[in-house]
Ligand binder design. Sequence first.
Ligand code: 2M8
Length: 456
Amino acid sequence: MTTAAGHPGTSDAMARGAAAVLRANDLGGWTKAAPRLYPHQWSWDSAFIAVGWARLDPLRAIRELTSLLSAQWATGLVPQIVFNPDVAAGSYFPDAERWDCRRLTEAAPAAVDTSGICQPPVHAIAALHIWSVAQHGDEATRTGVRAAIHELVPRLLAWHRYLATARDPEQSGLVTIVHPWESGTDNSPRWDQAMETILVGDLPPFARADLQHVVDPSQRPTNEEYDRYLWLVELLKRADYDDALIYESHPFLVKDILSSAILVTANSALLALAEIGEADDADRREIVEWRDRGLRGLAQQWDAELGLALDWNVRSAESIRVQTIAGFAPLIASDPNEERRAAQLATLASPAFLGHPDLRWPLPPSTSPDAAGFQPRSYWRGPVWPVFTWLLWWALDQSGEADVATRLRAAALDQLAAVGFAEYVEPFSGEPLGSADQSWTAAVALDWLAPPHTSP
Ligand code: 2M8
């Protein structure tokens, strides 16, 4: 498969190719997640995309976040999708009409159409990253980024507060998701058990748009999975997207360990941003409370035998014991506990992940080949996602695991040189899968290629 940007062999060519992908997907102030498969603005994509833009233009990078956050709901929710009003009908499903948020709730913004769910809170991490990169720029860049951060901090605070309250009424420190799409790892086998219990009711008819854009439908979720996804959307609509009502009645309520870990790290980043944005002391104390509660929540979900942290099914009151990359939550959260850190590093290096003998590159498959639900070509059930490799690399680098981080980056760049800016990659054959010219893949390539080859 050849990408529009070509197969970048050298670092310079790769950086040029990655920049070309971002520019081609740039719609002025925001970037579509992929040229055809994802023609709208996605929440966590935008945060990773901003990390890449930072290496080209920090002011453009911060605009990506400002644009996304301008679609924030009155509740504090940052929507999974901000719809592009200019795309042709039928380009993506479910579309704005199907979500119908503006009609169903006053919490949705009046000026734009959004979906009614959220995604992992990577945004504060991205904003801090942009700030760090901007320190190497000129005065105008620094001033512009600082001004934008001033405006973003209250919005990010509202976003994290929403996750720490409406999405954690138990005060467990863990974020509840109400749809697999909220996890970002949509069809991960960690959701199988919870999804199997969902009985699809009277579902209004729909036509999938995603299958038009991949060569092989086995790379995408199945029709059965889509029926359940759409049924959950119907149930959220019946509750008028009211979080308290959803909590009472919704059949899919899961504490997502990955979103929870990202929130811990994002709270550390928000603390630094609060300093730059001159937030008051009470806000800062609140952020510290959220972060510490998050770390305690992650520790509760630690499985010493697997060396992974596990999701928690709120409805059935049980841990979800599946080996996926989400289990590296303590590493992603920079959990200071030494025992867990050592165990996580051992699991990462083991044949269940990077040490698997058949891997094309030593990069983490989204699901361990040892797990029952592993499928090497199917989306979040096995393929390697360069964007997730970046998140793991970044977390390892931040927390002083320089050797592992360096090896991960080198393997990731080898992979990208061979596959271009693919959305995801078959772990054994190295075949690029999903969309070509995926924005977040290009973005993380730009960050990896930027000197001095570490995070700023
Ligand atoms: C994928 O999810 C969307 C729904 O949100 C889809 O399959 O249509 C996921 O990989 C998700 O994490 C990502 O944000 C989105 C856009 O890249 O695509």
